[in-house]
Design a protein around this ligand. Sequence first.
Ligand code: SAH
Length: 252
Amino acid sequence: MENGTIYLVGAGPGDPDLLTLRAARLIERAELIVHDGLVDRAILATARPEARLVSVAKSRSKHTLPQDDINALLVREARRGVDVVRLKGGDPFVFGRGGEEAEAARAAGIRVEIVPGISAANGAAAAAQIALTHRDDASIVSFVAGQCKGLSEQDWAGLAGRGRTLVIYMGVKTAPQIAEKLMADGLAPDMPIAVIENACRPAMRVLRGPLAGLPDLIADEAVRSPALIIIGDVTAREDAALATLLEEARAS
Ligand code: SAH
Protein backbone atom coordinates (compact mmCIF):
# COMPACT_ATOMS: atom_id res chain seq x y z
CA MET A 1 0.00 0.00 0.00
CA GLU A 2 1.20 3.47 -0.78
CA ASN A 3 2.08 5.79 2.06
CA GLY A 4 -0.19 8.71 2.79
CA THR A 5 1.01 12.32 2.90
CA ILE A 6 1.45 14.35 6.06
CA TYR A 7 0.12 17.88 5.68
CA LEU A 8 1.42 20.29 8.31
CA VAL A 9 -1.33 22.86 8.17
CA GLY A 10 -1.47 26.28 9.81
CA ALA A 11 -4.94 27.00 11.21
CA GLY A 12 -4.28 30.70 11.81
CA PRO A 13 -5.06 32.56 15.02
CA GLY A 14 -8.68 31.47 15.50
CA ASP A 15 -11.25 32.93 13.13
CA PRO A 16 -12.08 30.31 10.43
CA ASP A 17 -12.15 33.14 7.87
CA LEU A 18 -8.41 33.48 8.38
CA LEU A 19 -7.63 29.98 7.08
CA THR A 20 -5.94 29.79 3.71
CA LEU A 21 -8.11 28.26 0.98
CA ARG A 22 -5.71 25.33 0.86
CA ALA A 23 -6.06 24.73 4.62
CA ALA A 24 -9.85 24.99 4.41
CA ARG A 25 -9.97 22.47 1.55
CA LEU A 26 -7.68 20.01 3.32
CA ILE A 27 -9.73 20.22 6.52
CA GLU A 28 -13.01 19.76 4.66
CA ARG A 29 -11.93 16.57 2.93
CA ALA A 30 -9.69 15.13 5.68
CA GLU A 31 -9.99 11.56 6.86
CA LEU A 32 -7.78 12.16 9.89
CA ILE A 33 -7.04 15.47 11.63
CA VAL A 34 -4.43 15.56 14.38
CA HIS A 35 -4.76 18.95 16.07
CA ASP A 36 -3.41 20.83 19.03
CA GLY A 37 -5.27 22.81 21.65
CA LEU A 38 -4.93 26.19 19.99
CA VAL A 39 -7.08 25.19 17.03
CA ASP A 40 -10.47 26.83 17.33
CA ARG A 41 -13.53 24.62 17.60
CA ALA A 42 -15.21 26.56 14.82
CA ILE A 43 -12.46 25.36 12.50
CA LEU A 44 -12.70 21.71 13.58
CA ALA A 45 -16.44 21.95 13.00
CA THR A 46 -15.80 22.29 9.26
CA ALA A 47 -14.44 18.71 9.07
CA ARG A 48 -16.63 15.93 7.68
CA PRO A 49 -18.73 14.17 10.35
CA GLU A 50 -16.93 10.89 9.64
CA ALA A 51 -13.43 12.42 9.94
CA ARG A 52 -11.32 11.16 12.83
CA LEU A 53 -10.25 14.04 15.08
CA VAL A 54 -7.33 13.38 17.41
CA SER A 55 -6.33 16.03 19.92
CA VAL A 56 -2.72 16.18 21.04
CA ALA A 57 -3.32 19.31 23.10
CA LYS A 58 -0.36 20.52 25.03
CA SER A 59 -0.50 22.93 27.91
CA ARG A 60 2.42 24.48 29.68
CA SER A 61 2.13 22.22 32.70
CA LYS A 62 0.76 19.03 31.25
CA HIS A 63 1.94 17.36 28.10
CA THR A 64 -0.86 15.16 26.88
CA LEU A 65 1.34 13.61 24.23
CA PRO A 66 5.11 14.05 24.13
CA GLN A 67 6.46 15.32 20.82
CA ASP A 68 8.06 11.96 19.94
CA ASP A 69 4.69 10.26 20.33
CA ILE A 70 3.05 12.85 18.08
CA ASN A 71 5.74 12.29 15.44
CA ALA A 72 5.26 8.53 15.73
CA LEU A 73 1.48 8.83 15.42
CA LEU A 74 1.74 10.92 12.24
CA VAL A 75 4.21 8.49 10.66
CA ARG A 76 2.23 5.40 11.69
CA GLU A 77 -0.97 6.71 10.14
CA ALA A 78 0.76 7.81 6.93
CA ARG A 79 2.32 4.32 6.64
CA ARG A 80 -1.19 2.86 6.78
CA GLY A 81 -1.93 4.89 3.67
CA VAL A 82 -3.84 7.64 5.45
CA ASP A 83 -3.38 11.29 4.41
CA VAL A 84 -2.83 13.04 7.72
CA VAL A 85 -3.84 16.65 8.30
CA ARG A 86 -1.70 17.87 11.18
CA LEU A 87 -3.46 21.07 12.18
CA LYS A 88 -1.61 23.64 14.25
CA GLY A 89 -2.49 27.07 15.58
CA GLY A 90 -1.06 29.99 13.61
CA ASP A 91 1.74 28.99 11.28
CA PRO A 92 3.28 25.50 11.60
CA PHE A 93 6.83 26.84 11.44
CA VAL A 94 6.50 29.62 14.03
CA PHE A 95 6.98 28.09 17.49
CA GLY A 96 4.80 25.18 16.46
CA ARG A 97 7.35 22.36 16.51
CA GLY A 98 6.43 21.79 12.89
CA GLY A 99 10.11 21.56 12.06
CA GLU A 100 10.47 18.41 14.14
CA GLU A 101 7.37 16.84 12.63
CA ALA A 102 8.57 17.57 9.11
CA GLU A 103 11.96 16.03 9.96
CA ALA A 104 10.32 12.91 11.41
CA ALA A 105 8.22 12.52 8.26
CA ARG A 106 11.18 12.95 5.93
CA ALA A 107 13.29 10.55 8.01
CA ALA A 108 10.54 7.95 7.61
CA GLY A 109 10.39 8.52 3.87
CA ILE A 110 6.89 10.02 4.06
CA ARG A 111 5.88 12.91 1.82
CA VAL A 112 5.27 16.04 3.86
CA GLU A 113 3.71 19.27 2.69
CA ILE A 114 3.64 22.51 4.65
CA VAL A 115 0.61 24.78 4.42
CA PRO A 116 1.44 28.15 5.97
CA GLY A 117 -0.96 29.93 8.29
CA ILE A 118 -1.41 33.41 9.69
CA SER A 119 0.78 33.49 12.75
CA ALA A 120 -0.57 34.98 15.97
CA ALA A 121 1.68 38.03 15.56
CA ASN A 122 0.14 38.90 12.22
CA GLY A 123 -3.39 38.08 13.33
CA ALA A 124 -3.11 40.02 16.58
CA ALA A 125 -1.48 43.02 14.92
CA ALA A 126 -4.25 43.16 12.33
CA ALA A 127 -7.05 42.74 14.84
CA ALA A 128 -5.63 45.40 17.17
CA GLN A 129 -4.60 47.62 14.22
CA ILE A 130 -0.99 47.76 15.36
CA ALA A 131 1.23 48.21 12.30
CA LEU A 132 4.23 46.08 13.30
CA THR A 133 6.56 48.06 11.06
CA HIS A 134 4.87 51.45 10.91
CA ARG A 135 7.24 53.50 8.81
CA ASP A 136 7.63 56.19 11.48
CA ASP A 137 8.42 53.80 14.30
CA ALA A 138 10.01 50.51 13.32
CA SER A 139 12.00 48.90 10.55
CA ILE A 140 12.74 45.65 12.40
CA VAL A 141 10.33 43.14 13.86
CA SER A 142 11.36 40.07 15.84
CA PHE A 143 9.38 37.11 17.14
CA VAL A 144 10.63 35.49 20.35
CA ALA A 145 9.44 32.71 22.64
CA GLY A 146 8.98 33.83 26.22
CA GLN A 147 8.38 30.56 28.00
CA CYS A 148 10.44 29.70 31.06
CA LYS A 149 12.80 27.22 29.55
CA GLY A 150 16.03 28.98 28.77
CA LEU A 151 14.60 32.49 29.08
CA SER A 152 17.60 33.72 31.04
CA GLU A 153 20.02 32.24 28.49
CA GLN A 154 18.26 33.76 25.48
CA ASP A 155 20.05 36.76 24.05
CA TRP A 156 17.46 39.39 23.20
CA ALA A 157 19.95 42.24 23.17
CA GLY A 158 19.10 44.73 20.47
CA LEU A 159 15.78 43.10 19.56
CA ALA A 160 13.67 45.76 21.27
CA GLY A 161 13.92 49.54 21.59
CA ARG A 162 13.54 52.58 19.39
CA GLY A 163 12.93 51.66 15.79
CA ARG A 164 12.23 48.03 16.64
CA THR A 165 9.19 45.92 17.44
CA LEU A 166 9.43 42.79 19.56
CA VAL A 167 6.62 40.24 19.56
CA ILE A 168 6.68 37.75 22.42
CA TYR A 169 4.82 34.46 22.15
CA MET A 170 4.08 32.33 25.23
CA GLY A 171 5.06 35.12 27.59
CA VAL A 172 2.06 35.45 29.92
CA LYS A 173 3.49 33.41 32.80
CA THR A 174 6.98 34.86 32.51
CA ALA A 175 5.96 38.51 32.01
CA PRO A 176 7.77 39.70 35.19
CA GLN A 177 11.06 38.11 34.09
CA ILE A 178 10.54 39.42 30.55
CA ALA A 179 10.02 43.02 31.70
CA GLU A 180 13.02 42.74 33.99
CA LYS A 181 15.20 41.22 31.28
CA LEU A 182 14.33 43.93 28.77
CA MET A 183 14.91 46.78 31.22
CA ALA A 184 18.22 45.21 32.28
CA ASP A 185 19.12 45.25 28.56
CA GLY A 186 18.57 49.02 28.62
CA LEU A 187 14.96 49.42 27.53
CA ALA A 188 13.18 52.44 29.01
CA PRO A 189 10.57 51.55 31.67
CA ASP A 190 8.07 53.73 29.79
CA MET A 191 8.55 51.90 26.47
CA PRO A 192 5.00 51.27 25.23
CA ILE A 193 3.68 47.72 25.20
CA ALA A 194 0.47 45.98 24.23
CA VAL A 195 -0.95 42.65 25.33
CA ILE A 196 -3.39 40.97 22.97
CA GLU A 197 -5.33 38.10 24.44
CA ASN A 198 -7.41 35.76 22.26
CA ALA A 199 -6.59 37.64 19.09
CA CYS A 200 -9.03 37.05 16.21
CA ARG A 201 -11.54 35.40 18.53
CA PRO A 202 -14.75 36.83 19.97
CA ALA A 203 -13.14 37.20 23.42
CA MET A 204 -10.23 39.32 22.18
CA ARG A 205 -8.80 41.93 24.55
CA VAL A 206 -6.19 44.56 23.76
CA LEU A 207 -4.41 46.07 26.76
CA ARG A 208 -1.80 48.78 26.69
CA GLY A 209 0.69 50.30 29.08
CA PRO A 210 4.35 50.99 29.79
CA LEU A 211 6.92 48.16 29.93
CA ALA A 212 7.49 48.60 33.67
CA GLY A 213 3.79 48.03 34.27
CA LEU A 214 3.60 44.80 32.23
CA PRO A 215 3.61 42.33 35.16
CA ASP A 216 0.87 44.26 37.00
CA LEU A 217 -1.18 44.70 33.83
CA ILE A 218 -1.16 40.95 33.27
CA ALA A 219 -1.93 40.16 36.91
CA ASP A 220 -4.60 42.86 37.40
CA GLU A 221 -6.41 42.04 34.16
CA ALA A 222 -6.02 38.28 34.75
CA VAL A 223 -4.63 37.77 31.25
CA ARG A 224 -4.66 34.13 30.17
CA SER A 225 -2.97 32.23 27.39
CA PRO A 226 -3.16 32.53 24.43
CA ALA A 227 -1.85 36.05 24.50
CA LEU A 228 0.91 37.96 22.77
CA ILE A 229 3.01 40.77 24.13
CA ILE A 230 4.16 43.44 21.69
CA ILE A 231 6.90 45.83 22.76
CA GLY A 232 7.65 49.04 20.93
CA ASP A 233 6.49 52.47 19.85
CA VAL A 234 4.18 50.98 17.23
CA THR A 235 1.84 49.93 20.06
CA ALA A 236 1.36 53.55 21.18
CA ARG A 237 -0.02 54.93 17.94
CA GLU A 238 -3.57 54.58 19.15
CA ASP A 239 -5.72 57.45 17.97
CA ALA A 240 -9.24 58.40 18.98
CA ALA A 241 -10.80 56.67 15.98
CA LEU A 242 -8.96 53.44 16.79
CA ALA A 243 -10.02 53.57 20.42
CA THR A 244 -13.66 53.83 19.30
CA LEU A 245 -13.21 51.00 16.82
CA LEU A 246 -11.78 48.63 19.45
CA GLU A 247 -14.48 49.63 21.92
CA GLU A 248 -17.18 48.84 19.36
CA ALA A 249 -15.57 45.49 18.56
CA ARG A 250 -15.57 44.67 22.28
CA ALA A 251 -19.21 45.62 22.65
CA SER A 252 -20.46 43.62 19.64
N1 SAH B 1 2.36 28.44 15.71
C1 SAH B 1 1.66 29.46 16.46
C2 SAH B 1 2.33 29.75 17.78
C3 SAH B 1 2.35 28.60 18.74
S1 SAH B 1 3.03 29.04 20.28
C4 SAH B 1 1.54 30.72 15.62
O1 SAH B 1 2.19 30.82 14.57
O2 SAH B 1 0.78 31.61 16.01
C5 SAH B 1 1.59 29.47 21.21
C6 SAH B 1 1.55 30.94 21.49
O3 SAH B 1 1.08 31.65 20.37
C7 SAH B 1 0.62 31.33 22.61
O4 SAH B 1 1.20 31.14 23.86
C8 SAH B 1 0.39 32.80 22.31
O5 SAH B 1 1.47 33.58 22.73
C9 SAH B 1 0.37 32.81 20.80
N2 SAH B 1 -0.99 32.77 20.26
C10 SAH B 1 -1.53 31.80 19.50
N3 SAH B 1 -2.79 32.09 19.14
C11 SAH B 1 -3.06 33.30 19.70
C12 SAH B 1 -4.20 34.16 19.71
N4 SAH B 1 -5.33 33.84 19.07
N5 SAH B 1 -4.11 35.32 20.39
C13 SAH B 1 -2.99 35.68 21.04
N6 SAH B 1 -1.89 34.90 21.07
C14 SAH B 1 -1.92 33.73 20.41
